[in-house]
Design a protein around this ligand. Structure first.
Ligand SMILES: [Zn+2]
Ligand SMILES: [Zn+2]
Length: 135
């Protein structure tokens, strides 16, 4: 699915700036901070606009916002019924999205059985990443 389709499916009009943000998130391929997003966007986007668009994307479930235990939130494109799991390396601090289909299915089943309305879920694994394990 391309950036435009993602926005339209979420009921959002595909403005140039929104497209830029979704494309930057796609290219990052891992959870990034707003600061990391601003670098490639450069002069085409100011911080306030970026935050406003990120908030909107989270609200419409296009993106996931999560806290990897740092000062800044990280954003990535949404996946799974309740977001998806993340892994944070305790040595290099890198956070990545996990392809957690089995987990997502279990989670969807759990959420369907719960009497409350769940709006967000966050599953975070910690440990040592492949890169760091090799060194
Ligand atoms: Zn690492
Ligand atoms: Zn993610």
């Amino acid at each position: 699915m391309d950036a435009k389709e993602l926005l339209i499916r979420a009921g959002l009009s595909a403005t140039a700036k929104r497209l830029l943000v979704v494309q930057a998130l796609t290219e990052a391929g891992r959870p990034v901070t707003p600061q990391e997003l601003l670098e490639p966007l450069g002069a085409r986007m100011n911080r306030v606009t970026l935050y406003r668009i990120l908030d909107l994307l989270v609200e419409r479930h296009v993106a996931t916002r999560h806290n990897a235990g740092e000062r800044a939130f990280r954003y990535c494109l949404h996946g799974g019924p309740a977001g998806h799991a993340h892994f944070t390396c305790s040595r290099c601090g890198q956070t990545e999205c996990l392809d957690s289909h089995a987990l997502d299915e279990g989670l969807a089943e759990l959420l369907a059985r719960l009497p409350m309305r769940v709006d967000s879920a966050e599953i975070r694994f910690g440990g040592v990443c492949q890169n760091c394990l090799r060194h």
